[in-house]
Every structure is written in C-alpha cells, then in structure tokens.
Design a protein around this ligand. Structure first.
Ligand SMILES: [Fe+2]
Ligand SMILES: [Fe+2]
Length: 222
C-alpha cells in the first residue's frame, strides 16, 4: 500500500532521478525486464514529435489506471465487507497491476505523470464510494461505465499505433491490448452483476462516461 502510494503520486521525481540504475532507491522496485531489443516497452524516440505522441499516450493511460484504482478503493470502503467485496477486490488487484506497469514505463522513459493526479485521487475515490452507496448495483453500473470508456480509449490508441507502425510499437501494443482485455472483463463482470438494474442506470452511465471523456481529454494535455 505504502509502495503503491509512493509510486503513484508524490515521489515520481525520486524514481526518475534513480532510473539510470533502473531501480528506485526508495522502495527498491525490481529492475525492469528489457527485451532483446534493449528496451522494455518503448523504442528510443526518433524525434520530438514521436516523443510528444508517446508521452501523451503514457500520461493519459497512467492517469486512467490511477483513477481506476481510486474508484475501486472508494467502492471497497463502502462494500468491502459485503458479499460483493471479494469480486471488487479481484478487479482492484488487476488495476494495481496495470498501474504498477505504467509507473514502471513512465519512470523508464522519463515521462512525468499528469499534474491532475491529486484531482483524480479525490474524484475517483468519491465516484467509487458514492456509486457504491447506491448498493452493489450502483457500484457495478459505475464499473460498466468506466471500463467501457477505458476499453474504448485503449482501442483507439491501439488503432492509432497500428496505423503508425505496428512493429515499432509492438511491446507497447502488447501491454495496451492485455489491459484492454482486462478492462472488458471488468465491464462484463459489472453487467453480469446487475449493473443495469440500478434506478437511473442510463443517466448514471452517461454522466460517468462524460466525466471519463473530460478526464481523458485533460490528462492528455496537462
Ligand atoms: Fe486498468
Ligand atoms: Fe479495469
């Protein structure tokens, strides 16, 4: 938990300053696994335009996974001891893995996270907790809305990278595709657990998805 917080929000500069050693001095994170290409996920950027494009992708994906973690934290605070608790915990555990991976990739490529993390910290938690207060179905409706937005977002990144150069971005594509599949699973889990039966489902889903779109737009730019 402590390590997650360390990675996620406050000490990213610390990780960057020690990235030449490929190990965080503070939490002793495991060294990155480098492929035979000599890099783990991203090729060294060809020019500033490519660097800016990749930075934008990494920054928004990191923000999304960070926000997802906070949403599940909020859900667990309300429903953690209920029957649905273990299922929410399973999805949260996968989000922790996703966030950990993007923390690694950001550090390795010296990309700063979005400046909006403190906002996503609070907004994500409040969204998770408030929808969970509507009951299990409210939490699941939130999961369906958010996971659908994240899956669509990942799909559009996959399309863009495939159009640019599928071979060059093969490792990044693998990561995004794997995470996209996890998010779709979370989405389906929400539907299987009565998301659509919460009163006002359509409105709730659309409001949350509007928020997700705004968060994606802002996190790519700030
Ligand atoms: Fe995720
Ligand atoms: Fe997810």
């Amino acid at each position: 938990m402590q390590r997650a917080a360390h990675f996620a929000l406050y000490d990213w500069t610390h990780i960057l300053s020690s990235s030449t050693a490929r190990q965080c001095l503070k939490c002793r994170a495991a060294p990155l696994q480098l492929s035979s290409r000599g890099y783990s996920v991203l090729p060294p950027p060809r020019d500033s335009e490519e660097k800016a494009m990749l930075d934008r992708i990494l920054r928004v994906d990191h923000a999304g996974e960070y926000g997802a973690n906070r949403i599940y934290a909020g859900q667990m605070a309300v429903l953690g001891r209920s029957q649905i608790g273990p299922l929410i915990q399973d999805m949260w555990d996968q989000e922790k893995k996703h966030l950990g991976k993007f923390n690694e990739i950001l550090a390795e490529n010296r990309v700063r996270p979005t400046a909006l993390l403190p906002l996503w910290n609070i907004a994500g938690y409040l969204l998770g907790a408030s929808t969970a207060l509507l009951g299990k179905e409210g939490a699941m409706a939130c999961t369906v809305a958010v996971e659908e937005s994240i899956s669509e977002h990942y799909n559009s990144q996959i399309r863009a990278l495939m159009e640019k150069d599928p071979d060059r971005y093969i490792e990044l594509l693998k990561v995004i595709k794997e995470f996209r599949d996890d998010e779709m699973e979370h989405h389906d889990t929400g539907l299987e657990h009565d998301a659509e039966t919460v009163p006002g489902y359509w409105l709730l889903k659309n409001v949350i998805q509007l928020g997700c779109k705004a968060a994606i737009y802002a996190s790519e730019r700030v």
